[in-house]
Design a protein around this ligand. Structure first.
Ligand SMILES: Cc1ncc(COP(=O)(O)O)c(C=O)c1O
Length: 410
């Protein structure tokens, strides 16, 4: 069990532990990203050991080379890449890794480079046009490749997810039969994939999607070699406390076993968020307070894109010594740029006496947080520090009950 103490003020970390509080004590003038390799390693081991199939990492969630190496060392051998930039990054960082190009709309040049220069053999698609493009771009002197894994992405509902992925990609039910049939002719391995939306709050998201897979297989009457249940596995945020991941795994396993092709097919998943959310958090400084609005030195154009644009709530804690004893109050944040849109509504719960000069740790920013940072308006310079205290919430560790209402304990 990973013990830690998180009362309102600075954490009293176990001996030898380096924590966010230690970094705040140095009074950094710029935001600091706190990296927790042990948390990423633990998440990866969990998926590698407990998911009843193969776990790919969806690189877009956080493409940090250090993180890629941690996941590789923990046993993640396959990577979901969605652009030629990600293909190049992973093949340089992890030359032995297997890459799967899972964006259903790709440039022909990207497919050709991935196939011929980086050894990518697995591609997803959701139209006949994309199938033709993949076949064309991977042919040699007019002769089609015979070693392709082609995964047909089907559209499924995002009803159970906090972030929809149901509009942009995925073949409709009346298109799937022809697509599976055509892809079968071109593929060495044929797969079906889907994405239930990010931060799926119930395992039912997967059982419902798997019944669409079942319908598709039966209707097309083709042999399917791979079923890829995508990403969507949740992490823990204030107001979003999901069931244990084991529940998701057992629902997926049961649905997979019930498919007519399960005896010969492989089961895959492609988590992004669940593998890296706990990997990073951020220390910001309060530059100004105006009522219940705090002007902090990172924001919508930094690691807090989702907090600004989709109202995502991250856990926060005040890092002050001695700790504040005032009651909690609700705050919103303004980021550092001159843009009104650089606003995070929250609400973020902090001691009522928070003031300029205070440091705040914003937790759970390892997925779609650090990866979104820009240099807009001259901001965006951030230092990173490795710490070994616990993340502010965890689906993988039993953490000690914090004395805060906006820090999640599971
Ligand atoms: C094809 C694909 N796979 C996996 C993921 C990762 O999803 P999540 O971070 O919700 O696990 C995404 C996210 O957009 C995706 O588009």
């Amino acid at each position: 069990m990973h013990q830690h103490h998180r009362a309102l003020g600075l954490a009293v970390a176990p001996l030898g532990t380096r924590s966010g509080a230690d970094i705040a004590r140095l009074r950094p003038a710029q935001p600091v990203t706190l990296l927790r390799p042990h948390a990423a390693r633990r998440a990866a081991r969990f998926f590698v050991e407990k998911f009843p199939g193969r776990s790919l990492y969806a690189v877009k969630a956080n493409p940090s080379p250090d993180l890629l190496q941690i996941l590789w060392d923990a046993g993640v051998t396959h990577y979901d890449v969605a652009s030629i930039g990600e293909v190049r990054l992973v093949s340089t960082t992890l030359p032995e890794a297997t890459l799967c190009f899972m964006h259903p709309v790709k440039a022909e040049e990207a497919i050709a480079e991935a196939y011929f220069d980086h050894g990518v053999r697995t591609f997803s698609l959701d139209t006949l046009e994309e199938l033709e493009k993949i076949v064309g771009a991977t042919s040699t002197d007019g002769v089609a490749a015979t070693d392709l894994n082609l995964l047909v992405r089907i559209r499924v509902s995002s009803d159970h997810a906090k972030l929809s992925l149901a509009s942009k990609f995925g073949a409709q039910p009346d298109e799937v039969k022809a697509l599976l049939f055509a892809a079968r002719q071109a593929a060495d391995g044929l797969g079906i994939c889907f994405h239930v939306g990010s931060q799926a709050m119930t395992p039912a998201a997967y059982s419902e999607a798997m019944s669409r897979v079942r319908d598709a297989i039966i209707e097309a009457a083709v042999t399917v070699d791979i079923v890829d249940v995508g990403g969507g596995f949740p992490s823990a945020y204030p107001g979003m406390e999901p069931p244990a991941l084991e529940n998701y795994f057992s629902v997926i396993h049961a649905a997979f076993e019930a498919l007519p092709i399960s005896y010969s097919a492989e089961l895959w998943c492609e988590p992004g968020r669940a593998l890296c959310a706990e990997y990073a958090s951020l220390i910001v400084r309060v530059e100004k307070r105006r009522g219940d609005e705090l002007y902090i030195n990172d924001g919508a154009y930094g690691a807090l894109f989702d907090a600004a644009h989709i109202g995502w709530r991250y856990p926060v804690q005040l890092l002050r010594e001695p700790e504040s004893n005032t009651r909690p109050a609700e705050f919103s944040f303004y980021g550092p740029t001159c843009d009104d849109l650089d606003h995070m509504a929250g609400p973020f719960e902090l001691p009522a006496d928070v003031r300029a000069g205070d440091y705040i740790e914003v937790g759970m920013l390892g997925a779609y947080g650090c990866a979104m940072r820009t240099g807009f308006n001259g901001f965006g310079v951030v230092n990173s520090e490795i710490v070994d205290d616990e993340p502010m919430a965890s689906l993988y560790a039993e953490v000690e009950a914090p004395a805060r209402s906006n820090v999640v304990k599971l």
